[in-house]
Design a binder for this molecule. Sequence first.
Ligand SMILES: Cc1cc2nc3c(=O)[nH]c(=O)nc-3n(C[C@H](O)[C@H](O)[C@H](O)COP(=O)(O)OP(=O)(O)OC[C@H]3O[C@@H](n4cnc5c(N)ncnc54)[C@H](O)[C@@H]3O)c2cc1C
Length: 290
Amino acid sequence: MLDVAVIGSGPAALSAALNCRQRNKSVTIFGRSLDSSLLFAAEKVDNYLGLPDMAGEELLNTFYSHAIKNGVEFRECRISQIMPMGEYFTINAENEFIQAKAIIVATGLSKSKGIVGEMEYLGKGVSYCATCDGMLYRGKKVVVVAENEEGEAEANFLADICSEVSYVPLYTPVMSLKENVRVVEGKPKSVQGDNIQVTGLELDNETLGCDGIFFAKNSMPPESLLYGLEMDGKNIAVNRKMETNLPRVYAAGDCTGAPYQIAKAVGEGLVAALSAVAAIDQMEREKQKA
Ligand SMILES: Cc1cc2nc3c(=O)[nH]c(=O)nc-3n(C[C@H](O)[C@H](O)[C@H](O)COP(=O)(O)OP(=O)(O)OC[C@H]3O[C@@H](n4cnc5c(N)ncnc54)[C@H](O)[C@@H]3O)c2cc1C
């Protein structure tokens, strides 16, 4: 089991992971490729103290090399779900399940707002993980809405369990779907339901009746990554220790709000790491006493 799992791949995640390692904790970063960090797009950064005039890509690579040299592991993947299990968390890393004692969320600005009704029906028919929740829909009708080709694996998995699988791709080209998956063109507008359970997905041109909707997204709203995570508008609510409302879950960087700057991301990553390390040590001490 890992001490700390850091989710993200920008300066906040790299800083958090480096500082966990420097305090002798086992830590892995679970993040999409480095070029998905906002910093990668910065032509020139001139306000990061001590390292003037650098391209964002170069600065990010410098941060990355520093973290890796210190023993940080980087796993390139997209995290779709984090489940609290009492004393530890289980992280779904593209269908590999990893356990960690503490979590640092450093996922950057959430680009995905979700459609009307998506959050309301989370856990009542809306899911972000077919392998986690697919069995709940055995013999039922489901829709997969996919922003990327990862949705194809989800749909193919569901095709063996569900009575009907419709696939709404928001990208091209669609590569490999099983024969019994029906491709539907359209733009998702809202999740429909009866207040208890999902009943359908409204597209701009038709409504698909269904019992469940699976979303495969490039970027997930943090509250859908970790159920019960308190938000402050579109930012993760944190205190000065970068603690969220959930025990041993911390957040750092753009995902906690403005100013959207590297120095803030790096500083918050450090604070989140110190808080995570202190909480793990405290938990271990309590275990030894018991
Ligand atoms: C064009 C441009 C120029 C900029 N110039 C400057 C500047 O000059 N000075 C300055 O201080 N700031 C600048 N910024 C802002 C700076 O880049 C950001 O504030 C900084 O990158 C925030 O770091 P972060 O780690 O919080 O988020 P990000 O760098 O955005 O990293 C978040 C990472 O998490 C990954 N991720 C998200 N969800 C998941 C998931 N579910 N699973 C796995 N990985 C996930 C994302 O793919 C992304 O790689 C600029 C930004 C842009 C766009």
